[in-house]
Design a protein around this ligand. Structure first.
Ligand SMILES: *Cc1c(COP(=O)(O)O)cnc(C)c1O
Length: 357
């Protein structure tokens, strides 16, 4: 029998989460974000499930877009970081990809290119995140130049990214939205600002196109909240089964570094998943894991290939019994928070040793 660790991907939950996007933003076009292999869920499967229901996909870079094109995905695909080398432009045109344009260097490369068809461009404005994009005052001149450029397709669209929308009390989102909408209105451009937090929590950010990522996968984009609070359903269930059970005596140490000692004679269970599978190494002792649907605590350090749990409240557990690391009844947001990170990181770190099913 092969190693039982795998990630079940629930297409029904994915569709329900997309419906949640549509309920929040019924008038908007939808660019479904499937970068980083669909946030670790398998970009091709996610794209196939969503293709007839959304207007475009977004990925990080050319390489990720080509995986989708090779799998037969026909919808527009936007490269959120644009291109890095002028040589990419030819491939971008050939595969009908759209780009985010955010530097003068990219602009120069387009002007100097001899592409066979015009390129679809999302012009990126930096409204306060100070990561990618032109400053608001640079947008009008660059827009004018682009609109006269034969290598550039109509319409040119405007995009920006929210830096603090996960915190519903933070004022930054209002400021970013104001700057963005003023620009879009002045230049009369189709525009996109909202990520998942924008879709769910800030209706004034919806503009013409929304760009949901994490919410599609059934994870809350907000601080201190879980999927259920936002009407979302977890799409990934990371699961395995018990590979070994043993009794340890009072005082015996568990795992690398002997960081945990048995307070009494007790049963422990070994589970074949570790940080090389994407289970967070910093998950502390006490982190919940479901064995036969009931919470048991992780004990000792997470190893590369295995973890150990305390089975005192599951005395009848047997080798082969089902284990869930996160999913419907155990929020990935909770595991992330205990491990000092965010669910985005846990999902995208699920390694290719874990079969997606
Ligand atoms: C990743 C990303 C998104 C999606 O963000 P979520 O928080 O996952 O919804 C949207 N826009 C840009 C530019 C991104 O990089």
């Amino acid at each position: 029998m092969s190693r039982p660790t795998n990630a079940f991907i629930d297409s029904g939950a994915l569709r329900a989460n997309l419906q949640r996007v549509k309920d929040c933003a019924p008038e908007q076009s939808i660019m479904a974000v499937v970068k980083a292999n669909g946030y670790g869920h398998g970009a091709v499967k996610i794209a196939n499930t969503l293709e007839s229901e959304v207007d475009a996909f977004a990925v990080c870079c050319l390489q990720e877009a080509l995986v989708l094109r090779d799998a037969g995905i026909k919808l527009p695909i936007v490269l959120l970081e644009g291109f890095f080398q002028a040589e990419e432009l030819e491939i971008i045109v050939e595969h009908q990809l759209q780009i985010v344009l955010h530097t003068p260097k990219q602009f120069e490369a387009i002007v100097q290119s001899q592409v066979e068809q015009p390129i679809h461009i999302w012009l990126k404005v930096d409204t306060g995140m100070h990561r990618l994009g032109f400053s608001p005052t640079e947008i009008e001149p660059i827009y004018k130049l682009l609109s006269q450029c034969q290598q550039v397709a109509d319409p040119i669209r405007l995009m920006s990214h929210l830096s603090c929308a996960d915190d519903l009390k933070d004022n930054t989102t209002k400021q970013q939205t104001q700057i963005f909408l003023d620009l879009a209105r002045n230049l009369n451009l189709e525009a996109s600002l909202a990520n998942s937090a924008g879709v769910l929590g800030w209706s004034q950010t919806h503009a013409n196109w929304v760009r949901p990522g994490i919410m599609l996968y059934g994870v809350s984009p907000f601080l201190n909240s879980v999927a259920q609070d936002d009407g979302l359903q977890p799409v990934m269930q990371l699961q395995s089964s018990l590979m070994s059970i043993k009794r340890c005596r009072k005082g015996e140490a568990i795992g690398y570094g002997a960081t945990w000692h048995c307070p009494q004679t007790m049963p422990i269970g070994i589970i074949p998943i570790g940080y090389a599978d994407g289970y967070p190494r910093h998950a502390p002792s006490g982190t919940p894991i479901l064995v036969n649907g009931r919470r048991v605590p992780l004990i000792g350090r997470v190893s590369m290939d295995m973890i150990i749990v305390d089975l005192r409240n599951q005395p009848n557990a047997r080798v082969g019994d089902p284990v869930i690391l996160w999913g419907k009844n155990l929020p990935v947001e909770e595991i992330a928070s205990l491990s000092g990170t965010i669910a985005y990181e846990l999902l995208t770190h699920v390694s290719n040793r874990v079969q997606l099913s």
